[in-house]
Design a protein around this ligand. Sequence first.
Ligand SMILES: O=C(O)CCC(=O)C(=O)O
Ligand SMILES: [Fe+2]
Length: 320
Amino acid sequence: MTTARTTRGRSPVLNLPRTATGFDQVLHALRGRKPRRATGLPGEPRWRREFVRRDAAGPRTSLEEFGYGSHELNHAHGTVDDTALVGPLRILTPEGLDCLAEVCDRLEPSAGSSRFIATRRLRSADLMSAFINNMIRDRDFLLACSRLAGVPLIPHPLRIPTAQINYFEGRGRPEIVRWHRDGMDYVLTIQLNGYEDYDGGRFLYFQGRTDEFPGVREDDPRIREAPCGERGTALFLHGSRIFHAVTPVTRGRRVTLVISFFCPYFARQDSNTFWHLAADDGIPATIPSWLRLKWPVRDPAMDFSLRAGSPVITWEDVRE
Ligand SMILES: O=C(O)CCC(=O)C(=O)O
Ligand SMILES: [Fe+2]
């Protein structure tokens, strides 16, 4: 599993592998298959908008603190899209969290293995669970996420990666998340277990620009651990600009829900690339979603919100 190489007198390069890029990414795309989809969850708990906490907020780090210059960031309506990381924070009430954890547990038999990222996960969970579908399209939930990010957000219209559940179990094949950056710009991860439930499973990130990441060593002080050890903790991440990874779970069970968002006002700046997506889901499944994303639009906020089946969040909503 490890790609660590020890060079005399220097710390090893990262002890977790990186995801494929370039030609290897294209090979993954050629081998990739459309994710399986289950038929739904009869009798699952019902989503309620009261499950969204009114006070969702947490410590924030900006993209400037990761080394990005203001000219590299999106600007609109007097706002700079410079949120790098927010958290730890809580976005669901305890009851909402219990219901979500139950739904994710019941979806586990449908999860498949990913060679690209290397954990067991379930893509498009919102197409299998009415609870998750209603949660990520709830106006209060989207507003809370938009305020964390500082820009208006809707669920990502690509659909397959929008709501993903990762399952890690400390037996047999080590389940990890390799070092990678997401195709997605705006990503919220909700931890459905705490450190008392498992060993390992630490969420690491690199506090630097993505172009500074190649060659980074294990003891580089810019490698940090995100504080998400408490069950229910959420972490908002500008996923496409931050390298991150999850260390192997060596005991117990760790489950996370990863939700990807889209800012319709920055539709043209979306960071996804065809090959990154295809390496995950295969080429045939990626073509239709890619066309849906890239088709020219006249009113991006309205058009993308309709495609994502989502309420429209405006800049004024974010500022209130
Ligand atoms: O499971 C986690 O904590 C994060 C996983 C992740 O980075 C991803 O699925 O892209
Ligand atoms: Fe990620």
